[in-house]
Design a protein. Structure first.
Length: 380
């Protein structure tokens, strides 16, 4: 075999792991370089609370002295307990266009998984459904929005020839308020809900950020409990993620629904920070990279650089899901967002079999413009 696989152990290994994408995506105008510090943070087993219930095996493939591929195997004990599965995830995958490299990487994850008693390989997950996940399979002509994945089209062929098969597709919708108007049916539905319910909407109170996050966590874990792939988050893990999002959050775009003083739903939308991160070509924040990022994200040039938003998540407690609040959240956003300098937005990701949400987004003139795929392979 002309390829050799190594575990990522030393600082030199980690540098090679983080550097590889700059080789894979050289010349690709739609690739958004990751912030190196962010990659290190999410894969830091000592600092990321995710790894209190998960373990990982990061690996590199070498051709002589050259790094030509990488992958991380992840076993999330909380996922396996919650879903009664024995699943190993793979993520952070990057490689040259060579089937042998892909086979070596993915087979290494399989061998580790089998030694740990796992029965299913699933991915890509970076490192779970609560983070970035899915392989882009449709919609390669546009840069990814914040916290969404991007990859060369040849990864589809590499994965499927290895024996991975579709498990679930995730949809992304684009809504451009400059081109489209909401369907009258949707507007009428939103108005009926407003008249009949005592639900009120407000934005997050940043002065009470910690208390607000506690309420949002309660909604989050209740709203998605029955969803495919969902894994509940504990307080420490949720707060860790919230602090990261706080750096790019526009408080006017985090909307909370209340009924009788109870938080019953929320919708989190953030500016597409990738439009600013795209300017930091080397992925380094210090010293000039940080200046570029802050200028384009928060400075005077923001409205020219960051002009779209992503609706990351919209959750309503199960006891109130019959009220039809989903369209009301979207109505609030796409009425408000253009006034704040965001004429376009993306709603993602939406499970392919979530018929109510897919239908609602179509009524809002949303264009299904990207598809991401989760793959499975039985190890039995």
């Amino acid at each position: 075999m002309k390829y050799e696989i190594w575990d990522v152990v030393t600082e030199k290994d980690w540098e090679a792991f983080i550097d590889l994408p700059w080789k894979i995506y050289a010349g690709d105008p739609n690739w958004v370089p990751p912030l190196r510090v962010a990659v290190r943070d999410i894969l830091n087993v000592d600092k990321n609370p995710f790894f209190k219930h998960a373990r990982m095996k990061p690996m590199l493939v070498f051709r002589g002295e050259e790094v030509v591929g990488r992958v991380v195997g992840v076993i999330d004990d909380r996922h396996n307990e919650f879903h009664n599965e024995k699943t190993v995830f793979f993520g952070f995958y990057e490689s040259i266009d060579d089937q042998e490299v892909a086979d070596v990487l993915l087979d290494a994850v399989v061998q580790w998984a089998r030694s740990c008693g796992m029965k299913t390989l699933r991915g890509p997950m970076n490192p779970s459904t609560n983070h970035e996940c899915g392989l882009l399979v449709e919609g390669f002509n546009d840069p990814p929005q914040v916290m969404m994945t991007y990859n060369p089209a040849y990864y589809i062929r590499l994965f499927e020839r290895f024996g991975l098969a579709k498990s679930k597709d995730l949809f992304a919708y684009e809504i451009d308020t400059r081109k489209n108007k909401f369907a009258e049916r949707l507007i009428a539905q939103a108005e009926r809900v407003k008249r009949k319910s005592s639900v009120t909407f407000r934005t997050i109170d940043m002065k009470r950020f910690d208390q607000e996050i506690e309420g949002i966590l309660g909604v989050y874990n209740d709203a998605w409990e029955k969803n495919w792939g969902f894994v509940p988050m504990d307080r420490e893990e949720f707060i860790h993620m919230a602090k990261d999002l706080k750096q790019i959050l526009d408080p006017r775009l985090l909307i909370i629904a209340e009924k009788d003083d109870e938080m019953i739903g929320f919708a989190l939308t953030i500016p597409d920070a990738n439009q600013a991160i795209h300017k930091v070509k080397d992925g380094k924040l210090m010293p000039t990279g940080l200046v570029k990022l802050l200028w384009n994200l928060k400075g005077p040039g923001r409205r020219k650089t960051v002009n779209r938003i992503r609706v990351i998540t919209l959750g309503i407690k199960r006891a109130y899901q019959h009220l039809g609040l989903g369209p009301m959240f979207y109505m609030e956003y796409f009425k408000l967002a253009p006034q704040l300098g965001y004429p376009t937005g993306e709603a993602s990701w939406i499970l392919e079999d979530n018929k109510p949400m897919n239908k609602a987004l179509q009524l809002m003139c949303g264009e299904h413009y990207k598809t991401y795929r989760i793959y499975d392979k039985s190890l039995v």
